[in-house]
Ligand binder design. Structure first.
Ligand code: SF4
Length: 92
């Protein structure tokens, strides 16, 4: 990731094979991310670590929303927020 990357990384995710109006969103609080990499282990096609060892979103649609939720739940730094299609936080 480039040095000019924003403090938070924000990307929509869509449930596979379902109504895209039920889209969810991922927000990574990059200043809170401590680079443990749990999210990358759980959903390696969705998350990656950048050159500063902070998480970023590769492809928000690359895995099931349940995996994204698991990644958020397993983040030791509470750096992953999941929001619904109206911007309401559904996790944490
Ligand atoms: S699990 Fe949390 S702290 Fe670890 S890399 Fe992912 S977002 Fe950062």
């Amino acid at each position: 990731m480039d040095p000019g990357a924003p403090a938070s990384c924000f990307a929509p995710i869509f449930p596979h094979h379902s109504d895209p109006t039920h889209a969810m969103q991922i927000r990574i609080l990059r200043n809170e991310c401590c680079g443990h990499g749990n999210c990358v282990e759980i959903a390696p096609d969705v998350f990656a670590l950048d050159s500063k060892n902070r998480a970023t979103v590769l492809d928000p649609e690359a895995d099931l929303p349940a995996k994204v939720m698991e990644a958020a739940e397993q983040c030791p730094c509470s750096a992953i927020l999941v929001l619904d299609d109206e911007g309401e936080v559904v996790f944490p």
